[in-house]
Design a protein around this ligand. Structure first.
Ligand SMILES: [Zn+2]
Length: 100
């Protein structure tokens, strides 16, 4: 005699399937987002956000400035502005004189 689940059991198993498929869809969405972020990072890494040309890193003291020699933009990584502000007042003038 085959097993015949009750209505409650049928609901329970259906809910389990729905929950599992929802989790799998969420995982697939997260994986796709991560891949898109990585693709965007590779596409834009060390590219000028204004003109799209390559950025060149120039080190001065312990500050690393990313410079676009195409449009003249200067870009700082996280924490570098604070590092510059922590230095003596003349540092910014000296930094500016390098790129002038
Ligand atoms: Zn540029």
């Amino acid at each position: 005699m085959p097993f015949k689940p009750s209505e409650k059991e049928e609901e329970y198993f259906a809910r389990q399937q729905v929950e599992l498929k929802r989790k799998l869809a969420e995982e697939a969405r997260r994986k796709l987002e991560a891949e898109e972020r990585e693709r965007a990072r590779q596409l834009h890494f060390m590219k000028c956000p204004k003109c799209g040309m390559d950025l060149e890193e120039v080190a001065f003291s312990d500050v690393r400035v990313d410079k676009c020699f195409s449009c003249g933009g200067l870009w700082l990584d996280a924490g570098e502005l604070d590092r510059i502000l922590d230095k003596e007042a003349g540092f910014l003038r000296r930094l500016r004189s390098i790129f002038a």
